[in-house]
Design a protein around this ligand. Structure first.
Ligand SMILES: [Zn+2]
Length: 245
């Protein structure tokens, strides 16, 4: 049997996933990273999948299921939407998710969130939602959201596991460690509700300046690096009724 690269990787940097039980004694917030058409809807733009993709559709289904539960429990949700000015490229990527286009809007399965009172939408023009939450006056919409809602645990989902999800998790954990995010304690990355894109090596080689980005491989690396910053990586998430934890 020939070992696939992903198997070699899993042998070299094995990742233990955990079942995370969220206590209803404390506030848990849900962060949705860039679950927008430009990254997730087939044919929607330069960085959208070219054909249906199992990891991406699984991510959308799990995110939508989780968002429904958070809305039913009236828990806070923040959705980051990649939204770029047409004249400000984001190297090394081609133009994508230009503000005002449908590429930068939530996918159809999540569009209903725009009407929910517990949902905060934040458009950002950079990879990292933490930095993308900064206002000109130095305040930070994400930091204020954590504090106002007294969020103790954050669940992070979306795309891409190894880019925007990872950058946000890294910044958030550094900020937490510096006490900028009190009372936040735990950051949980829910693996089944995260995804990344797929550019196999042979495709990258035939594209000028193309970077290889094998999907399962980079998803694993993204989760592993989040864990290295102190995030919990969950394979399952469930709620435990108040007083039962
Ligand atoms: Zn972008």
């Amino acid at each position: 049997m020939v070992l696939q690269t992903i198997d070699l990787l899993r042998n070299e940097i094995p990742l233990e996933l955990e079942t995370v039980n969220l206590s209803e004694d404390f506030v848990t917030g849900l962060v949705l990273v860039d679950i927008i058409n430009g990254f997730c809807t087939v044919g929607a733009g330069n960085l959208a999948p070219r054909e249906p993709n199992r990891q991406i559709s699984g991510m959308i289904n799990e995110s939508a299921r989780l968002a429904r539960i958070f809305c039913e429990k009236n828990l806070p949700i923040m959705a980051f939407l990649d939204s770029h000015h047409p004249n400000r490229p984001e190297d090394p990527y081609p133009p994508h998710c230009i503000a005002g286009t449908d590429e930068s809007n939530l996918v159809p399965a999540l569009r209903w969130l725009e009407e929910e009172p517990n949902v905060t939408i934040r458009r950002k023009d950079c990879f990292d939602g933490y930095l993308g939450s900064m206002e000109a006056d130095g305040s930070n919409v994400f930091v204020d959201w954590v504090k106002q809602n007294q969020i103790k645990t954050l669940v992070v989902v979306g795309v891409c596991t190894d880019i925007c999800v990872l950058d946000f998790v890294c910044s958030t954990l550094s900020a937490r460690n510096r006490d900028f995010l009190s009372p936040l304690e735990d950051v949980v990355v829910y693996s089944r509700a995260c995804a990344t894109f797929d550019i196999p090596l042979e495709v990258a080689r035939s594209t000028k300046g193309g970077l290889a980005h094998p999907q399962e491989f980079m998803h694993h690396v993204g989760l592993y690096m989040a864990k290295e910053r102190g995030a919990k990586i969950a394979s399952e998430i469930s709620f435990v009724a108040a007083g039962k934890a």
